[in-house]
Design a protein around this ligand. Structure first.
Ligand code: GDP
Length: 330
């Protein structure tokens, strides 16, 4: 049994190799839900869905979100209607009193569907509709995710980190905003002052997540602040990680990030944007996988390989390094 903590790019890339190296039936992926939003009444879970679509063989591997070759007719029409009606394109938050009314799971991240500031494909939307309807019928997010996993023929066990609301709020020079406003609407432009995981202190990791954290854990090359941060902010998760073998793959080569806003976010929370900063952020990691070109000296065992993952062969190579690192610390 092995558990991967997943955001929406680095760890899903690694999972391509993990399925080859480990028996898929023994792999659990715990996905961050701090990035989730309610958009036009539908709960959108980007990190869960990247793992879901990858496992189902339908992921758009150019963007690492959405379904390959999906159409966007509904999204385009939402934009057309909003423009014709003189409605600005947002992001359009629901009013403050509505942020904590309605669906509890959507707290602090409820957006109107007018103009739809995130691009939701047509087939992608069917997933959000099914998930939200299952929640309305009384399912937990964990149960709804299991149903969707069946629909996409997943071999790995995919779990949301929690069935409670946790919202990643980025505090910036331009004010506080949900992560999706910071990343999708503002392209990470405003300087980051702090990152808050609203709700985390009173959210619980699910029983399935607690069980999954009893075995060895792999933290793929995901964003330490906004992908791994919400998971570790849940009560009990850090203690569980302290007590179990943990291997982390760096999303950096020294101070060069592979992609995305990890460096700006790390700087914003006072971490050095580098492999050294990742190691500081993960005191519970027992070993690291670093790139061959990464000379960072760490106080824990290191296995080096080429950590760029551009396809299944790369993913298998990095997974072998992860397995070697795990063997050193188990
Ligand atoms: P997000 O939810 O889309 O932000 O995705 P994650 O948090 O899962 O992954 C983002 C991180 O993946 C970024 O910090 C990148 O540096 C890292 N990353 C992307 N591609 C690669 C790669 O090929 N190799 C490694 N080592 N890291 C990568």
């Amino acid at each position: 049994m092995v558990t991967f903590l997943a955001g929406g790019t680095g760890t899903p890339k690694l999972l391509d190799g993990a399925e080859a190296a480990f028996d898929p039936a023994t792999i659990t992926a715990v996905a961050n839900t701090g990035d989730d939003v309610e958009l036009g009444g539908l709960l959108v879970c980007p990190d869960l869905d990247t793992v879901l679509f990858r496992g189902g063989g339908v992921l758009d591997r150019e963007t690492w979100w959405g379904i390959d070759d999906d159409t966007t007719a509904t999204h385009a029409e939402l934009g057309r209607i909003a423009a014709a009606a003189g409605l600005d394109d947002g992001p359009r938050y629901l009013p403050p009193d509505r942020q904590t009314a309605g669906r509890r799971l959507a707290r602090w991240r409820r957006f109107s569907g007018v103009a739809e500031f995130m691009e939701i494909g047509d087939r992608d939307r069917a997933v959000h509709l099914t998930r939200t309807s299952l929640l309305d019928e009384g399912s937990t997010l964990t149960e709804a995710t299991h149903r969707l996993s069946d629909a996409f023929d997943l071999t790995v066990d995919l779990l949301p980190m929690s069935d409670d609301p946790v919202a990643t709020i980025v505090h910036t020079e331009a004010g506080a905003m949900h992560f999706q406003e910071y990343w999708v609407a503002r392209r990470a432009a405003p300087a980051v002052e702090d990152v808050e995981f609203r709700g985390a202190a009173s959210a619980d990791p699910t029983p399935a997540v607690r069980d999954a954290l009893d075995g060895p854990v792999v933290i793929g090359p995901s964003n330490p602040v906004t992908s791994v941060g919400p998971i570790r902010a849940l009560p009990g998760v850090e203690a569980a990680l302290d007590d179990t073998p943990v291997v982390a793959v760096s999303p950096f080569i020294e101070d060069q990030v592979f992609s995305g806003p990890a460096a700006d976010l790390m700087r914003g929370v006072g971490l050095d944007p580098s492999t050294a900063g990742v190691a500081e952020a993960y005191p519970f990691a027992d070993a690291f996988v670093l790139d061959d070109a990464d000379g960072t000296a760490l106080d824990r065992p290191v296995v080096r390989t080429d950590t760029r993952i551009d396809g299944p062969d790369d993913a298998r190579r990095v997974t072998r390094a992860v397995a070697d690192a795990l063997a050193e610390v188990r």
